[in-house]
Ligand binder design. Structure first.
Ligand code: NAP
Length: 287
């Protein structure tokens, strides 16, 4: 169980029907106001309505993370509702080339970097002032960047003030299979971006971490496994079993098992965690 997110506003950019939706619902259930943003307006409206139907607070907004004007408009929309943001999750993703580099044109690689890396950078930069304001009003009794005693040592009591950016990478960063090259380039650069932003924004009370899921076993992955089963013969269960046998836990993480570590990083329980990459993959890789 992660701790409460009450009085926090959390912006989810790239909120899809699987991970993004589950994150929005669980963050709202822990008391956060969630801003659900992606390009498909009907979907983000639907997710926001589902959050509200469960008693939570949600704002839906459309955004194209590759368009600086659109990201600015998202920030203006959010600033119209609140003067502080406490969490930003960057999850925008499009299926990359799954071919070796020799068969991948450079334009495809550029598009992956633009969405995964520059999208995360422009979104974080656009929201930095609101995140800084969020850092100032969480754990306000302690003051930004200090413990409740004003010194550097950890003490029991209120968590030192911080806000949190979480960027969704992938355990593809650990893979050596050639067909993942384009995806690996983009997500590895995203991890490097997270490190650099952690260094740059830490003095302003903003933590930056990346989460690297192995698989997220939800509808998207099930559809892909169905496709593989049809292509190579066998059933969805066969593909699952073949994939899961490489994991220490002999299974694949579900959406909730990826969402909960993200909620931890967003919460005050992770107030000293920044510049890290958390691999969540049921033990496929030991990092
Ligand atoms: N699924 C997995 O097994 C898996 C494994 C490892 C890592 N991950 C990572 O975990 C994250 C979530 O994965 P997921 O499977 O839930 O992905 P997903 O279903 O594809 O959701 C990501 C969302 O990003 C949005 N998006 C795409 N381009 C965008 C843009 N230009 N601006 C704003 N939003 C954009 C899409 O919504 P719109 O089309 O409406 O914009 C899409 O629904 C991703 O970062 C992914 O790389 C996933």
């Amino acid at each position: 169980m992660t701790e409460s997110l009450s009085n926090k506003t959390i912006v989810i950019v790239g909120a899809g029907p699987g991970f993004g939706r589950t994150l929005a619902l669980r963050a709202a259930a822990k008391g956060a106001t969630v801003v659900v943003a992606a390009r498909t307006e009907s979907r983000v409206v639907e997710i926001a309505e589902e959050v509200r139907a469960g008693g939570g607070n949600a704002i839906a907004a459309s955004v194209d993370a590759t368009d600086p004007g659109s990201v600015r408009a998202l920030r203006e929309t959010v600033a119209g509702h609140t003067d502080a943001v406490h969490g930003l999750v960057y999850s925008a993703f499009a299926v990359p080339s799954m071919k070796p580099l020799a068969q991948t044109d450079h334009e495809q690689i550029s598009r992956g970097i633009d969405l995964s890396v520059l999208g995360a950078l422009r979104t974080t930069q656009e929201f930095t002032s609101l995140l800084e304001a969020g850092a100032a009003d969480t754990g306000a009794s302690a003051g930004a960047g200090t413990n409740e005693d004003g010194a550097g040592a950890a003490q029991d009591g209120a968590a030192p003030a911080s806000s949190s950016v979480v960027m969704m990478a992938s355990a593809v960063i650990h893979h050596s299979r050639e067909r993942y090259a384009g995806y690996k380039i983009a997500k590895t650069a995203l991890v490097a971006l997270g490190h650099s932003l952690a260094t740059e924004l830490g003095p302003r009370g903003i933590r930056v971490n990346t989460v690297a899921p192995g698989y997220i076993y939800g509808e998207t992955l099930k559809a892909y496994f169905e496709h593989l089963a049809t292509k190579y013969g066998g059933t969805l269960e066969d593909v699952y079993a073949h994939t899961a046998e490489k994991m220490d836990l002999r299974r694949l993480p579900g959406e909730r098992e990826i969402v909960d570590p993200v909620l931890f990083l967003l919460s005050d329980a992770a107030s000293a965690v920044t510049g890290q990459t958390l691999t969540v993959d049921c033990g496929e890789f030991h990092t």
